[in-house]
Write a protein that binds this ligand. Structure first.
Ligand SMILES: NC(=O)c1ccc[n+]([C@@H]2O[C@H](COP(=O)([O-])OP(=O)(O)OC[C@H]3O[C@@H](n4cnc5c(N)ncnc54)[C@H](O)[C@@H]3O)[C@@H](O)[C@H]2O)c1
Length: 299
């Protein structure tokens, strides 16, 4: 049986497929047209986020039995088309939870001490010691919006450094790691607010002009979830007015975010959607997706 790996995955994953006796082709950067042309020769395809497994690709895949996504989001796979053709879609939702939680925690440290800004200043020979008086995270209140896999990993870590942790999640009633509260309470009481929700109709702009007005002054916002869950215009205003002290943003409404109004502001710590980008997380995602595809092909 033949497996097409059309976005790079960890070599351990490719090994698993080869050891299972499959013929593996690693070819990335294929356009949808090119993919449609070659897909009839494959029994399975493994993607990350770049390859678009469209309806056309799925319909052309006459031998296709499994679509594997190394990672969580399935926005690049037409799941309806796969279902109609009885093609199994598998993904690795837990592989990178710790990586994302660690980035969010790292963002909180970076914000409390303004590490990125202090580094830029020091390397410009300014030695601005007084300007960079920061804050401790110890004893501060963290509000987590979305207490799923990543939110829970962050809650555990925040508790370990003696932060007080509360969370809002309409689908979670209690937690060992956080006090579950309503959204208004979280907005009013938190010193740090970190989002860990999917982007859905319900969560779009969950942080908007009105929510910022309810927050404490000098609040820190961390978005390592999805662009669009925070209204970027409202965030820009909230930073400019001084309501938000620092915003840490890994995900943007439009990506790749080469230009964004938020970049004008020194109070913004920005990263290029790297939440899941760790060696360990990607190794786990590659291994898990390969195992899932192998097991699905072998029935
Ligand atoms: N920055 C990155 O590179 C990166 C990497 C992986 C995941 N993510 C994002 O992180 C998000 C969370 O991932 P996860 O694995 O923890 O997902 P998860 O499904 O385990 O958790 C999401 C949680 O959000 C909750 N939720 C749903 N609607 C809500 C609402 N309206 N208000 C509050 N909570 C709500 C759910 O009940 C669930 O508990 C993903 O959806 C993805 O968008 C980002």
């Amino acid at each position: 049986m033949k497996v097409l790996v059309s976005d790079p995955i960890a070599p351990q994953g490719v090994e698993i497929l080869k050891n299972a006796g499959f013929e593996v082709t690693e070819q990335s950067g294929l356009s949808p047209e090119e993919l449609t042309k070659i897909i009839p020769g494959y029994d399975a395809i493994i993607v990350r986020s770049a390859t678009k497994v469209t309806k056309e690709v799925i319909e052309a895949g006459q031998n296709l039995k499994v679509i594997g996504r190394a990672g969580i989001g399935l926005d690049n796979v037409d799941q309806e088309a796969a279902k109609n053709k009885n093609i199994k879609v598998v993904n690795t939702p837990t592989a990178t939870s710790i990586s994302v939680a660690e980035l969010a925690l790292g963002m909180m440290f970076a914000a409390a001490r303004r590490i990125p800004q202090a580094s830029v200043s020091t390397r410009a020979s300014k030695w601005e010691k007084k300007k960079f008086k920061g804050f401790e995270l110890y004893g501060k209140k963290l509000g987590i919006i979305g207490l799923g896999r990543i939110g829970t990993e962050l809650a555990k870590r925040a508790k370990a450094i003696n932060m007080s942790v509360q969370a809002f999640d309409p689908y979670v009633k209690t937690s060992e790691y956080a006090q579950v509260v309503d959204l208004d309470t979280l907005l009013k009481e938190s010193d740090y607010i970190s989002l860990h929700i999917p982007r859905t109709k319900e969560t779009e702009h969950i942080l908007n002009k009105e929510s910022f007005s309810k927050m404490k002054d000098n609040v820190v916002i961390i978005n390592c979830a999805r662009g669009g869950v925070v209204d970027e215009n409202a965030l820009y205003e909230a930073i400019s007015s001084g309501k938000v002290r620092i915003a840490c943003v890994d995900v943007f409404e439009t990506e790749p975010a080469k230009e964004n109004k938020l970049f004008e502001l020194d109070q913004v710590i920005a990263t290029p959607h790297i939440g899941a980008q760790t060696k360990e997380g990607q190794a786990r995602a590659g291994t898990q997706v390969a195992e899932l595809v192998r097991d699905a092909l072998k029935g």
